[in-house]
Design a protein around this ligand. Structure first.
Ligand code: GTP
Length: 296
């Protein structure tokens, strides 16, 4: 009887003791578990956002599957007064290679201001049509120089001309040009549109439309479009984004009106950037650095 009584009283005491002693440990353990849970959730969230950012960057790159590079001929003369500066032509070729290596298809339209300007010839009394054809021949010279520089660094190219000169290069054939680009070749479109009274800007917009380009990259000596000439007016405002109507109504000299209208009608954005800065073309294609984008 006595021993039974003892057993009954000892049990609840033991239980009580365990509860009191284990309280801080279980409290501590549950908090550690909670913190550990938060830690794992945090890692998952960080990893998720990293993956999403990488995917977004990839998507952005994908946006520019095929681009048109429109450059004035003056870019190729470097610091010279006229003609071709071989180191500048090589640098431009390297810049194009960077973009090709990023997986973007590139086609190029170049001007001939470094060799002959049809408008200037006409101003000096020359027949405008003849002067424009001379300008178109100047473009072919620039296209061949660029082709040579690109091929010397291992970039496959094809020159297609709007004016037939079969012993020098291929004639312009849209479907063939598309095929070349699908194979990773850089297609350089020479001789403008093949017609007088049209600029190489118009040729750039026309070929970009025909080639289903995602954007026209207009390479200039400045890093975008400003409210005024930034060289003359330091207070000029840089536009990061403008629309085609503003370009036309404010006469912002991005490209000539025919080229702007073509790009606008076909909804092809124009990106104005500084092509004189080494490596900038690839940066701007990756939506980095300073530039102006013109859209509808
Ligand atoms: P695919 O074989 O279709 O992938 O293209 P490809 O350009 O390699 O083949 P193609 O046989 O058309 O051209 C072979 C070479 O000849 C290339 O360097 C072309 O630029 C060049 N070529 C093609 N057509 C003409 C042309 O009419 N005139 C000149 N001068 N070269 C041409």
């Amino acid at each position: 009887m006595v021993s039974k009584k003892k057993k009954k009283t000892s049990q609840p005491r033991l239980l009580k003791q365990r509860t009191v002693n284990s309280f801080p440990i279980s409290f501590f353990n549950s908090h550690v578990a909670m913190l550990r849970g938060c830690y794992y959730i945090g890692i998952v969230l960080i990893l998720g956002s990293l993956i999403m950012n990488a995917q977004a960057a990839k998507e952005q790159m994908k946006t520019y599957k095929r681009v048109m590079l429109k450059m004035s001929g003056e870019v190729l003369m470097g610091e010279g007064e006229y003609g071709l500066d071989s180191s500048t032509v090589k640098r431009v070729a390297e810049d194009i290679k960077q973009v090709v290596d990023q997986g973007t298809e590139v086609c190029v339209v170049v001007g001939a201001g470094n060799i002959f300007r049809g408008v200037a010839g006409a101003a000096e009394g020359m027949d405008r049509t003849t002067a424009d054809y001379m300008g178109m021949l100047g473009i072919v010279i620039n296209a061949l120089a660029l082709q040579n520089a690109l091929e010397s660094i291992g970039v496959q190219t094809r020159v297609q001309t709007a004016i037939r000169m079969d012993s020098i290069c291929e004639p312009y054939i849209r479907r063939k040009a598309m095929r070349h680009m699908e194979k990773g070749r850089v297609v350089i479109f020479a001789a403008g549109t093949g017609n007088p009274y049209f600029t190489t800007d118009t040729a750039g917009a026309l070929r970009a439309t025909e080639m289903d380009c995602d954007a026209i990259f207009k390479g200039t000596k400045v890093d975008g479009v400003y409210s005024a000439d930034p060289e003359k007016n330091p207070a000029a405002e840089h536009y990061s984004h403008i629309n085609f109507m503003d370009v036309l109504t404010k006469d912002l000299k991005v490209m000539d009106a025919t080229a702007i209208s073509l790009a606008r009608e076909n909804d092809i954005p124009i990106i104005v950037f500084n092509v004189k800065e080494k490596g900038n073309f690839a940066k701007v294609v990756a939506s980095e650095g300073k530039f102006t984008i013109v859209t509808n």
